[in-house]
Design a protein around this ligand. Structure first.
Ligand code: GLN
Length: 285
C-alpha cells in the first residue's frame, strides 16, 4: 500500500525539497501549493495538520510541486495575486502585479483627487493584467479609464479581470503606444513600461522566475529608456496641462529624469518601501 501523507508530513517534506531546489521562501511556497489543492486559506492548514491526502490530491500536488521546482512563479501556479487589496487573475499572458506597482495606484489616486473635473480621463499604457487601472476605476467611478497594451493576450486577461471586478468605467484595447496618437484627450497618463535594459535581461542577472513572464513586458530590448523617450516627446508636444505618472527602474532613474528636463515641465521622484527610486511624476504646467 502506498504511504498515507498528512498535511504536516507533507509540509516537512516539501520544505526540504524546495530548499534543495533553491526555491526562495520554501515553506511558504509549499504551503500555498497545499492550499491550492485543499482549496483553503493558509491559516486553515494548521487546523488540517493531520488531514490524510487522497491519491488524486497527491497527484495534483505533485504536478504543482514540479512546476514550482522548475521556477514557474507561484502566482502563475495559483492563478491569482493580491494587488492593492483586490484579487486579480494572473497567468503567463501578462506580467505579475508587483507590490511596488501599488505605489503607482497610490500616487495616481492622489493626483486624480486633485484634478478638478467632473470626468477625469486617464490613459494607461501597457495594462498587463489591468490591475492598476481596475484598482483606480474602482476608486473613481466617475472618471473615465482607457487602457492599451500591444499584447492581445494581456488585453484578454485585463478584460477578464475587469469582468471579475465588475467595473464599467474602463475600456481596454489592443494598441501600439508608438502608433497611438490621441494623447491630448487625456488629463493623466500612467504607465509601468518595460524598463529592464537589454544587457541586464539575462539569466545571470535576474531571478529564474522572471523568464516565465512575457519578455515584452520587462525589457524594451534596448537601453531601458525607449518608452520614457516617447513619454518625454508626448509631454513636450502637449499644448495643454498634462500629467504623467510612471514607474521607473531604480538603476536608470537619473537618465530617465534627464529626459524630462523640458521647459514648463516639473518632475518629482518618489521612492518605494525599499528606498529605491520607483515613481516619477511629470507635470506640464
Ligand atoms: N519591476 C519589474 C522587475 O524588475 C520590472 C517591471 C518593468 O519592467 N516595468 O521585476
Amino acid at each position: 500500500m502506498d504511504k498515507i501523507w498528512t498535511t504536516s508530513e507533507l509540509i516537512n517534506w516539501g520544505k526540504n525539497f524546495f530548499v534543495s531546489k533553491n526555491i526562495s521562501e520554501p515553506r511558504l511556497n509549499f504551503e500555498f501549493l497545499l492550499c491550492k489543492v485543499l482549496n483553503c486559506n493558509r491559516i486553515d492548514l494548521y487546523l488540517k495538520y493531520d488531514y490524510p491526502f487522497k491519491p488524486n490530491q497527491l497527484s495534483e500536488l505533485k504536478e504543482l510541486i514540479n512546476r514550482r521546482a522548475k521556477f514557474e512563479p507561484l502566482q502563475y501556479i495559483l492563478g491569482e495575486v493580491e494587488f492593492y487589496g483586490n484579487k486579480f487573475i494572473s497567468d503567463k499572458r501578462a506580467l505579475i502585479p508587483r507590490p511596488e506597482t501599488e505605489l503607482l495606484v497610490i500616487q495616481s489616486k492622489e493626483i486624480i483627487s486633485q484634478i478638478n473635473k467632473p470626468k477625469t480621463r486617464v490613459l494607461e499604457v501597457g495594462v498587463g493584467t489591468g490591475c492598476v487601472s481596475i484598482s483606480l476605476a474602482k476608486l473613481f467611478p466617475a472618471a473615465e479609464f482607457y487602457g492599451i497594451d500591444i499584447s492581445q493576450d494581456a488585453i484578454d486577461l485585463a478584460f477578464e479581470n475587469k469582468e471579475l471586478h465588475k467595473v464599467e468605467n474602463i475600456k481596454f484595447k489592443k494598441a501600439d503606444f508608438f502608433e497611438f496618437s490621441t494623447f491630448s484627450y487625456f488629463d493623466l497618463i500612467i504607465s509601468n513600461p518595460p524598463y529592464i535594459p537589454k544587457e541586464q535581461y539575462s539569466k545571470n542577472n535576474l531571478q529564474e522566475e522572471l523568464f516565465f513572464e512575457p519578455k515584452i513586458a520587462l525589457t524594451d530590448d534596448a537601453d531601458g529608456l525607449v518608452f520614457y523617450r516617447k513619454f518625454a516627446e508626448i509631454i513636450k508636444l502637449s499644448t495643454q496641462k498634462m500629467q504623467l505618472i510612471l514607474e521607473i527602474n531604480e538603476f536608470t532613474s537619473d537618465s530617465i529624469v534627464e529626459l524630462f528636463k523640458i521647459d514648463n515641465v516639473a518632475t518629482t521622484k518618489i521612492k518605494d518601501f525599499n528606498n529605491l527610486d520607483r515613481i516619477l511624476i511629470i507635470e506640464k504646467k
